[in-house]
Design a protein around this ligand. Structure first.
Ligand SMILES: [Zn+2]
Length: 312
């Protein structure tokens, strides 16, 4: 028999994150032939395969369309396995809604199996700029899971802002509104089902992140307002967080972007002090419930203030 101290130590290890069970990657039905995998709203970890993001699946009679390829070769395989649980149709096309790792680094896996990678030129431009840094940083977090991952972008990027594609009897619309979380972020709309995959335009349950040098709080805000107008009654699959509707997208993303621009940005233009603005923005009752509020809200306020102060 093992001594008690050893059993206790082992139990401690088992309950620590090192031995936490990997998440179950699974697509849930959103509408007829339309599915979503709603990833955890935590950071990227080995246990979530870097899939701390939402992904879509549209099933047609001529193959399935995956929305966003996952953060790595391993993550792509997980998504493929999850797709196989809901349809026998193979993934024949992968649409990238953006340039963050989990949106596209799994492209290579699917391209290797003959799937067409679909992305706008402006999305690909940003992917190419970010590729090296993303792979380096993900390799630190995901280690061996990154094996086989290559920065494969769409072979024929689309030089337009709106692109319709029809596979089998299903039509899907890719649409760019404005630079948002990253330059070249797009949305994917399924007219028949009235479902919109917003990519990183909309985050629910968790705080958005304004990345210095990449995120544009001004145009991100206008993009979200435009997409709310374009698809007012659509079911919303956000980039992160639960599936909901436009009222929720307004409440948890658009209203916050309004605050950043109307209050924080305005204060910068009025040459108020950043300390005062930050102090006022500390307790925003409307948004405090969002995950990562304490870490991201101060950064977002700071980044937005500087963005405006620098004349953007
Ligand atoms: Zn994201």
């Amino acid at each position: 028999m093992k001594p008690l101290w050893l059993l206790t130590a082992m139990a401690g290890l088992l309950s620590s994150s090192v031995f936490a069970a990997p998440i179950n990657v699974k697509f849930d039905k959103v509408a007829d032939n339309v599915y979503a995998f709603v990833g955890p709203t935590d950071d990227r970890t080995l246990d979530n395969f870097g899939l701390n993001s939402n992904h879509g699946l549209i099933v047609t009679d001529k193959g399935a369309i995956l929305i966003d390829a996952g953060a790595s070769y391993t993550a792509a395989k997980q998504l493929e396995k999850a797709a196989a649980q809901v349809t026998k149709q193979p993934i024949v096309a992968v649409i990238n809604t953006g340039s963050q790792d989990h949106r596209w680094l799994g492209n290579g896996y699917f391209a290797g199996k003959g799937a067409e990678i679909i992305a706008l030129q402006r999305t690909v431009d940003t992917q190419k700029k970010l590729a090296k840094g993303q792979i380096e940083s993900l390799t630190k977090t995901l280690g061996d899971q990154m094996k086989g991952t290559e920065a494969v972008t769409a072979a024929k990027p689309i030089a337009a802002d709106i692109h319709s594609l029809t596979i089998g009897a299903s039509e899907v619309k890719v649409r760019y509104f404005a630079d948002a979380h990253f330059p070249g972020d797009v949305t994917v709309y399924v007219p028949k089902a009235n479902v919109v995959f917003t990519g990183d335009h909309v985050y629910l349950d968790r705080m958005i992140g304004i990345h210095p040098g990449w995120s544009n709080p001004k145009t991100w805000r206008s993009a979200v307002h435009e997409l709310m107008k374009a698809y007012p009654t659509a079911k919303v699959v956000p980039g992160h967080g639960r599936v909901a509707d436009m009222a929720m997208a307004k409440k948890e993303t658009a209203d916050y972007l309004d605050y950043l621009n109307d209050v924080v940005g305005k204060a910068a233009l009025d040459m108020d002090s950043i300390d005062e603005v930050s102090a006022k923005a500390k307790d925003l009752a409307q948004f405090k419930h969002l995950k990562h509020y304490d870490s991201w809200n101060p950064r977002n306020v700071n980044t937005t203030f500087l963005f405006y102060e620098q004349g953007n």
